[in-house]
Design a protein. Structure first.
Length: 328
């Protein structure tokens, strides 16, 4: 259980703005305006007792609660990874084997299958998998955790994993599993919430069956943590991107919002502006290390996939109907 206090949140954002002024981004008038806002916030009696206790919900339970409405509302986090995945998928040979790890309701799987690729989706949430199977009937789906993927070794030309790794405490085991699933020369795309956003409390909100507020448990991984885990798994890093959202207008000097310090939190007041940098995903385009960069001979002694295994599923892994959250 954590305590979310809107006053604490907005004061933290004001602090970020003042730190940026301290390093030379803003002038004396800006600092004075921020301090005046802080005094007004501290004097606001409505905010004094506005704290709310919020449950830290395990990913398995959180995505079960969210599954029913996951596709209903637009999600600004989706656009960046789709561009990267589309570009790589379009460059693959026809009917390539693609793994969508933490596939959710099939948002990326439907794009990949629509390009003629053979898609396997894995997720730990049965509720998400039910929706994915309806959305992409031509794909195969299986329930499984990210650190124990129910797929064969060296079975995929491309693997994607989006908006999931913030829910795992350690990246090493997951990255090793994703690398195991790739053929030599295969490619991996990781897209995740930027660590700066996680540090500012960006975690999916949910409501329990009792109506009480909660947030899906999330962990802050620095961009370097992803890179180190990838290299330790034998992957060759091909790219790293931190895409920016459209720039928000910066207020006139000394007035208005503390431009670029973060999005509003629950109940936040005081005119904080939206952030201008470091938002969205930390997109990593990774390639499996092997004898050759683009293609490599099958490793000696490895059996060719059978009729069912061509989709990359281990024997006994069926279409997913049961599970927990998108993370392990």
């Amino acid at each position: 259980m954590s305590v979310e206090h809107p006053l604490a949140y907005v004061l933290g954002l004001q602090g970020l703005a003042l730190m940026r002024a301290f390093t030379g981004e803003y002038d004396r008038a800006f600092v004075a305006a921020r301090l005046a806002e802080i005094r007004a916030l501290l004097d606001d009696e409505e905010l004094a007792n506005a704290a709310v206790e919020v449950a830290r919900v395990p990913p398995a339970e959180g995505y079960r609660l969210w599954a029913e409405t996951y596709d209903d509302a637009p999600n600004a986090a989706f656009g960046h990874d789709e561009q990267v995945v589309d570009r790589l998928a379009d460059g693959l040979p026809g009917a390539a084997a693609v793994l969508d790890a933490a596939c959710g309701t099939g948002r990326l799987a439907v794009r990949l299958a629509g390009r003629g690729h053979r898609v396997v989706g894995v997720d730990a949430s049965p509720d998400m998998l039910v929706r994915a199977a309806r959305r992409v009937p031509e794909a195969a789906f299986a329930r499984g955790a990210l650190d124990r993927l129910p797929v064969r070794t060296a079975a995929f030309d491309l693997a994607v994993c989006s908006l999931a790794l913030t829910h795992v405490p350690g990246l090493g085991p997951v990255m090793a599993e994703l690398a195991r699933a790739l053929r030599p020369g295969g490619q991996l795309v990781i897209a995740d919430v930027h660590p700066e956003r996680v540090a500012r409390g960006s975690a999916p909100p949910v409501r329990g069956r009792d109506g009480l507020p909660g947030r899906i448990a999330s962990h802050r991984h620095a961009v370097g943590d992803y890179l180190r885990a990838a290299l330790a798994a034998g992957l060759v890093v091909r790219g790293c991107d931190e895409p920016l959202p459209p720039a928000a207008p910066v207020p006139a000097t000394g007035t208005g919002a503390a431009g670029g310090v973060g999005a509003r939190g629950p109940g936040a007041r005081g005119g904080q502006g939206r952030e201008r940098r470091g938002a969205g995903h930390a997109d990593l385009a990774l390639r499996q290390a092997g004898p050759a960069r683009l293609t490599a001979p099958r490793r000696p002694g490895r059996r060719a996939p059978g009729p069912v295994r061509r989709r990359g599923l281990r024997p006994g892994a069926g279409r997913g109907r049961a599970g927990g959250g998108r993370g392990p």
